[in-house]
Design a protein around this ligand. Sequence first.
Ligand code: S3P
Length: 185
Amino acid sequence: MPSHGSEGSPRSIVLVGLMGAGKSCIGRRLATRLGLPFVDADSEIEAAAGCSIEEIFECHGEAAFRDGERRVIARLLDEAPRVLATGGGAFMDPQTRATIRARSVSVWLRAELDLLVKRTARRNNRPLLKHGDAREILGKLMTERDPVYAEADIVVDSKDAPPEATVERLIGALEEYQQRTDSRR
Ligand code: S3P
């Protein structure tokens, strides 16, 4: 089921949402189901910079990371349709958000705070969670970011359940979105 924009050409599907929402895990499975390539923006940024996101934040600061993120996402969305998982802050950048909105179907993977805290505790390499209490930081980010994530074309709840169930709901939501867009053409 290729996803179509209002002009009818196939578009990439871009997953947005907070750290721990499951963007990469769900994105990879969604790509397999749709027969599209999967790409993770954070991994592409690391490959382009030749170092880890932690190192970019440490050596160059968050602003430099956001510049790289903006460039990498613009490049990836210029290429053939794919499923793209973005880092949690990408959609907050007005320019990146405009690029995503213009060239893809965006999906907010929305998750409850408890789940985000549980999932992010599995890894210790997220610069924004290194200094302070993860629950407090994620709670604050939710307040700041959720209204912006809500601008995505589609919202899908990411639950503490097998990822296949979320992928199934996402595919259903994409089909509905496509029907809505087709009927407006
Ligand atoms: C960030 C989320 C991270 C990564 C960077 C900043 C954010 O990606 O891009 O650490 O601002 O929320 P994930 O959402 O994949 O963890």
